[in-house]
Design a protein around this ligand. Structure first.
Ligand code: ZN
Length: 104
């Protein structure tokens, strides 16, 4: 995977979007990171640090939003069980159909 570093404006817009969703979901990430990640779109630590891959910024808006909501929900529900899916569906009803754009 090869990608250009995101512009400061894109990073700021992304972080603002994460902050908005955190408010809506009512979670408080302790730290928000944006960094190159090889195999994942995002991760979240038990200490409340949420990290997103810079690749997410090059993805379509729907997928970007899905990744944000998915990861923030892990601050409430640490697994992918029934509760997690119910909450995810409440925020993004069509989440099962959202796919990332293939990257080279
Ligand atoms: Zn997950």
């Amino acid at each position: 995977m090869k990608s250009k570093a995101p512009t400061p404006a894109a990073v700021a817009a992304f972080k603002a979007q994460v902050t908005q969703w955190a408010k809506r979901i009512r979670v408080r990430p302790r730290q928000l990171r944006l960094q190159p990640m090889r195999r994942k779109w995002a991760s979240c630590s038990t200490r409340g640090t949420v990290s997103f891959s810079t690749e997410v910024l090059a993805q379509p808006a729907a997928f970007r939003e899905y990744v944000i909501v998915h990861e923030l929900l892990h601050l409430k529900v640490p697994n992918h069980g029934k509760l997690f899916k119910t909450l995810l569906r409440a925020y993004i009803p069509n989440y099962e159909t959202i796919q990332p754009r293939a990257t080279k």
